[in-house]
Design a protein around this ligand. Structure first.
Ligand code: NAD
Ligand code: DAU
Length: 342
């Protein structure tokens, strides 16, 4: 299969590219990524020279670039590219609407033109809004996004849905809970806590730390997307979750214990505006219909993630300093001109 992955230089996309080349060595993967602050080719260095892999630097909002990429015999698209951080969407929502909504529409149009056989749209549980102390999000829960990020993802989900109903584009949507694991940008809770604790810096906890998230290891999420790509029903939505609800404060304490650091590092800070209280996913549809289930228990996944961040000091230092950006941008501006066909 010739597979196009958008946003493959980011956290989940990068883990997915690596999985595809490992699990399906006969596949060819082209990775289209704009290399925003969140895109880092350091994370994919081990794939340099792999004959089944190509990188193309480009914006999913750029019709010509998307066409150049998709028209090279691509059969399926897995769409990760997005602005993904809630706090940034509160400061400025422009890039979120541009990439998440408009960029998705550009991809959908290109997918129609190129008769793509499968379009997997990677979305989020945040489109459902927030839960009280009980209950779960199912695929039938009405969309009620609360942050500009979640609203832009909900907008993209609705566009994807409409291309199925109107144009019969063979789409599938996944909605996953909070991911953790290697190569996550340290603005997100778990890598932020680990890297701050290592440096003895304060660990910022929004509000009283009682907000609940449902955590899943990124490799389990990638396995679920792999399953949906190959077996998912056209037009369906699949919730993906870790069956692992935890209040933020519990996560903070677990990490401090794993790193043998004092709880005095915990610092309560002003709450996130509109902070969703609780997410919890009912993922029984993907389990029953497609046979996927989680493989990595949270305690083990978290321990390995802490170890990964401690062992990959150079990656963390590069990301924190922003050094990775200038170097790769320049290199790929050059290489764009000589992009080889799949
Ligand atoms: P990320 O921020 O780590 O990576 C996003 C990637 O997209 C980066 O490589 C970036 O350079 C690229 N990108 C951004 N704008 C682009 C554009 N206009 N054109 C091309 N590339 C562009 O994100 P992530 O955490 O890996 O999330 C990936 C996807 O999964 C997103 O769609 C997100 O909504 C969804 N998701 C994330 C989580 C999570 O916990 N992180 C959970 C559920 C769903
Ligand atoms: O649920 C899926 C979503 O999970 C994805 O769609 C998003 O792309 C991803 O960023 C994530 O969103 P969250 O807002 O839940 O993740 P974040 O890591 O930013 O925050 C997790 C929780 O921790 C949340 O309740 C806010 C809190 N938090 C976060 C940060 C960065 C803190 O208490 N302190 C912090 O410094």
């Amino acid at each position: 299969m010739k597979l196009m992955i958008t946003g493959g230089a980011g956290f989940i996309g990068g883990n997915f590219v690596r999985r595809m080349l490992r699990q399906h060595p006969d596949y060819t993967v082209v990775n289209l990524d704009k290399l925003t602050y969140a895109g880092n080719l350091e994370s994919l260095q081990d794939l340099e020279g792999n004959p089944g892999y190509r990188f193309l630097r480009g914006d999913i909002c750029d019709r010509e670039k998307v066409e150049e990429c998709m028209s090279q015999g691509v059969e399926a698209v897995v769409h990760f590219a997005a602005e993904s951080h809630v706090d940034r969407s509160i400061v400025d929502a422009q890039a979120f609407v541009q990439t998440n909504v408009l960029g998705t529409q550009v991809l959908l149009d290109a997918a129609r033109r190129n008769r793509i056989r499968r379009f997997v749209h990677v979305s989020t549980d945040e489109v459902y809004g927030s839960l009280g102390p009980t209950g779960y999000f199912t695929e039938e829960t009405p969309l009620a996004p609360n942050s500009p990020y979640a609203a832009s993802k909900a907008g993209s989900d609705l566009l994807v849905r409409s291309y199925f109903h109107t144009h019969r584009l063979p789409v599938v949507i996944t909605r996953c809970s909070n991911n953790y694991g290697p190569f996550q940008f340290p603005e997100k809770l778990i890598p932020l806590l680990i890297t701050n604790a290592k440096e003895g810096k304060p660990l910022p906890v929004y509000g009283d730390g009682s907000n609940v998230r449902d955590w899943i290891h990124v490799e389990d999420h990638c396995a679920a997307i792999d399953t949906v790509l190959h077996q998912g029903r056209e037009g369906a939505v699949y919730n993906i979750g870790g069956r692992c609800e935890k209040p933020n404060l519990e996560i903070v304490r677990l990490i401090l214990r794993l790193m043998d650091k004092p709880e005095t590092l915990i610092t309560f800070v002003k709450d996130r505006p509109g902070h969703d209280h609780r997410y919890a996913i009912d993922c029984s549809l993907v389990e029953k219909e497609l046979g996927w289930s989680n493989a990595i228990p949270f305690q083990e996944g978290l321990r390995k993630t802490v170890e990964w961040y401690l062992q990959n000091e150079a990656w963390v230092a590069q990301v924190k300093s922003g050094d990775y950006q200038g170097y790769y941008r320049k290199m790929y501006e050059e290489r764009d001109r000589t992009f080889t066909r799949l």
